[in-house]
Write a protein that binds this ligand. Structure first.
Ligand code: FE2
Length: 242
């Protein structure tokens, strides 16, 4: 958004979208496509609040209606590699959700469990993020999710942060985590291996298996990862970031 605002000297997203809708000749076609794709996976509440569809559904012309493709969504945080990521997310189960789950991995207990030496190393550590197609949602090979997850390669975010609830943990969204500032890729991967071995354990995971259409999940997106586990027929969940 920042790049688009600068490029076209607009002051709001709404103004930019209106210019795209009226097919403003001053806006390049690739930028128009980006906005049209973005609008295609969003809908508004009656109050005008924008929400994102999490679904692999398509309309009768084959146009995507949701941000992702069908299949599992692997561990991630929303806007994972963006310094101004949203701290909280709400999910509303809208269609065909029974038989699938959204799972959560909390990192606070892991952070408390490690040695003081390693904890102080993590306290100083800055991660480099990159978006890799297919790493979050194996079936998704296009780039719309890049704008949400990590629009700029090698974005830097500290690994240890405090959640809005005041709890220290890891901002460690493995879908975009790529390296550690000041370390080779090989050494970074060794550190990630060590973290992964002790973090991705059942004791830190809670899977919510949807029981009803209308289930509402509210969760921290700063030091918590989430995933969609197992696929059922074209589930649709509405996502609101706050
Ligand atoms: Fe998500």
């Amino acid at each position: 958004m920042y790049d688009l605002f600068k490029k076209y000297t607009v002051v709001s997203w709404g103004e930019f979208v209106r210019r795209v809708i009226r097919d403003d000749a001053c806006i390049e076609e690739t930028d128009k496509m980006l906005v049209r794709d973005f609008l295609g996976v969003h809908q508004s509440t009656p109050e005008g609040i924008g929400i994102t569809r999490v679904s692999g559904k398509k309309d009768k012309n084959g146009n995507r209606l949701g941000l992702f493709d069908e299949g599992e969504l692997l561990w991630h945080s929303n806007e994972a590699g963006n310094l101004i990521f949203t701290p909280g997310v709400a999910l509303l189960a809208a269609e065909n959700v029974i038989g699938s789950s959204t799972g959560f991995l909390q990192t606070a207990d892991y952070y408390e469990s490690i040695s003081e030496v390693f904890r102080s190393e993590l306290d100083e550590m800055v991660l480099l993020h990159r978006y890799t197609p297919g790493k979050l949602n194996p079936g998704l090979r296009d780039d719309l999710a890049r704008t949400n997850m990590c629009p700029v390669d090698d974005a830097e975010i500290p690994i240890v942060i405090q959640s809005p609830g005041g709890i220290k943990g890891l901002h460690y969204p493995v879908n975009t985590v790529h390296g550690i500032r000041g370390m080779s890729k090989k050494d970074s991967d060794k550190v990630f291996e060590e973290i992964n071995k002790h973090l991705f354990l059942d004791k830190y995971i809670f899977d919510h298996w949807y029981k009803n259409k209308g289930d509402l999940l509210l969760f921290d997106n700063s030091i918590t990862l989430h995933r969609r586990f197992r696929e059922c027929s074209k589930p649709l969940v509405l996502s609101y970031s706050t």
